[in-house]
Design a protein around this ligand. Structure first.
Ligand SMILES: *[C@@H]1O[C@H](CO)[C@@H](O)[C@H](O)[C@H]1NC(C)=O
Ligand SMILES: [Zn+2]
Length: 540
């Protein structure tokens, strides 16, 4: 470990149990040596008479904190009286209140941004709350510097909303209610290397996420979000986190931007809400994340979305939820008279599944959006969510049939997104075989099929309107090709029909695989019957 590294302890809600906390800290230091600081997120003070009495012992100097301790302010009216000075101050020896919001830079250069309180639900915000204005000013104090790259540590009491997007999902948490969208917005802008929060009584360590767009921006450092349980919780959930950190200001930049193996997409990109002008109190922003996302994406990159009938204007205002409409007739819009309804096997709220017309095999299906979207990249987040649900249901369903699926999408010379799902017998090919075959056969045709990092959303790789071909394996691994000029339209089918895979080369082209409408209807019927127990759209 470098000499410049600081050893830091962080803890969740203390609720006044100072003896428990500091005894733990003493034990940790005895075992693993001295730490430089202790950072406390969540509620430090308790409200019981005993915790008040104990605090008096610390205040009078009868008891002492064995380490430099930094705490956040109140999260409720009952403990507001402990935090008189909004700019922070030492409350007693070695216990310092950081202040309502700000940035604390240690002698080492370690930069710690902090925000006290919980998100305000009303105006004016009570003393233990922060509002959109606080977030805005804290953000600006840092990001207005053109050299700003991020902060080392961000301390907040509430979790950021949606931090679990694209990552591991926290257990025992009500995801609908958990977290503050203002904190998400703050974290998304401040790019902390470590972000700590508490208040939920739960320990959650999210996989690290990246702060840059893959292949579009140069690499930036990753962020780690860690939520800690409360001190002395009976379930013994983790409530103290120990780590070493070299301040980013003294770090070598290549070292700083190293991407760990398990890095994921940025969770806040999915529902980014960063239009300060339209910012109200948190409550109203939560409703239309999808639209905000598109708005932001187009803004950030100065590119317009292709004209698919949805203007940018629309995304800035609240609109009743409507499916996008095609400009001409479409074979795949569910509402269109052209759609072959007899092939449809399941209909959800935003997506449906249909047998492929002239499928490679009889259970070759397509996942399609109900509304008119050109490709996966154009989908709104609720449609994507349902695509994921269908993927899961189909994966399980095909497993019971002794098969694994492979999926592919060609966003080239197609109008309406079709995610092709082809099940292959387990004994025919392993996931590895399928991946190899795709890569090898692509090479033979001079197609550069690249593996994209796991947990990467294709949306982060291409802008809407860019033609591409994309393969997803049942392991979640993804292959990607950006189509430049020409692309063999039946490439995906050709690979899967080839000798190395299903060995049905004559079925590579759908036009060679025609069935009568009656045959199609009976295939669809039998698929529907088999799939029924996996079909979430049929449950209540
Ligand atoms: C305050 O903390 C430091 C370590 O950060 C420690 O050396 C010192 O003894 C503490 N002060 C008291 C009075 O315990
Ligand atoms: Zn359509």
């Amino acid at each position: 470990m470098s000499e410049k590294a600081l050893r830091v302890l962080t803890c969740g809600d203390v609720y006044g149990k100072l003896d428990v906390l500091f005894n733990r800290v003493r034990a940790i230091q005895k075992k693993s040596g001295q730490f430089d600081l202790l950072l406390c997120v969540g509620s430090f003070f308790g409200t019981s008479p005993e915790s008040q009495a104990l605090w008096e012992d610390y205040k009078s100097g009868a008891k002492k904190a064995p380490i430099q301790t930094y705490i956040l302010g109140a999260n409720n009216q009952e403990t507001v009286n402990h935090f008189v000075d909004v700019d922070g101050c030492e409350l007693t020896t070695n216990i310092t209140y950081l202040g309502r919001k700000g940035v604390f830079t240690g002698a080492s250069g370690l930069q710690i941004a902090y925000l006290s309180g919980i998100e305000s639900r009303s105006e004016p915000a009570p003393a233990y709350c922060f509002s959109a204005k606080d977030i805005q000013s804290l953000k600006l104090s840092l990001t207005s510097n053109s050299k700003f790259k991020g902060v080392d540590i961000l301390l907040t009491s509430p979790w950021p909303k949606e931090v679990w997007n694209y990552g591991n999902v926290p257990g025992e948490i009500n995801l609908k209610q958990c977290g503050s969208s203002l904190v998400s917005n703050l974290a998304s802008n401040l790019k902390p290397r470590y972000h700590f929060a508490a208040l939920e009584g739960e320990n959650y360590e999210r996989l690290p996420y990246r702060n840059h767009f893959v292949l579009q921006e140069s690499a930036q450092h990753v962020s780690r979000f860690i939520a800690l349980a409360s001190i002395g919780n009976p379930a013994k959930k983790k409530c103290i986190y120990a780590f070493s950190i070299v301040p980013m200001c003294v770090m070598d930049s290549t070292e700083l931007v190293k991407q760990p193996q398990d890095v994921t997409e940025n969770p806040y990109r999915k529902s980014e809400k960063d239009t300060p002008k339209s910012k109200g109190s948190g409550a109203e922003e939560e409703e239309e994340p999808t639209q905000q996302f598109f708005f932001d994406l187009s803004k950030q990159h100065g590119k317009k979305r292709p004209s698919d009938g949805i203007g940018r204007q629309q995304f800035q205002k609240k609109q009743p939820r409507k499916h996008p409409q095609p400009t001409g007739p479409c074979w795949f819009c569910l509402a269109s008279p052209e759609v072959e309804k007899h092939l449809v096997v399941s209909i959800g709220d935003n997506c449906y599944v249909a047998l492929a017309k002239g499928g490679l095999i009889s259970d070759h299906v397509l996942i399609l959006p109900v509304g008119h979207y050109q490709s996966m990249v154009d989908l709104s987040s609720e449609v994507i969510e349902e695509v994921e649900k269908y993927k899961n249901a189909l994966r399980k369903f095909f497993r019971t049939k002794g098969k694994r699926y492979v999926m592919f999408e060609r966003n080239y010379k197609s109008q309406h997104m079709q995610l092709q799902v082809v099940p292959l017998p387990l004994q025919c090919c392993t996931t590895e075989d399928i991946k190899e075959t795709f890569i090898v056969q692509a090479q033979e045709q001079n197609i550069e099929l690249l593996e994209i990092p796991e947990h990467t959303d294709i949306k982060q790789i291409v802008q809407p309107g860019t033609p591409y071909f994309y393969v997803e394996l049942d392991s979640g691994e993804k292959l990607f090709h950006r189509i430049k000029k020409n692309f063999p339209l039946e490439f995906g089918r050709e690979v899967l029909a080839s000798e190395a895979m299903l060995n049905i080369p004559t079925r590579a082209h759908w036009k060679e695989c025609k069935s009568s409408p009656a045959e199609e209807e009976s295939l669809a019927k039998s698929f529907r019957g088999d799939f029924e127990q996996f079909d979430f759209s049929l449950q209540d």
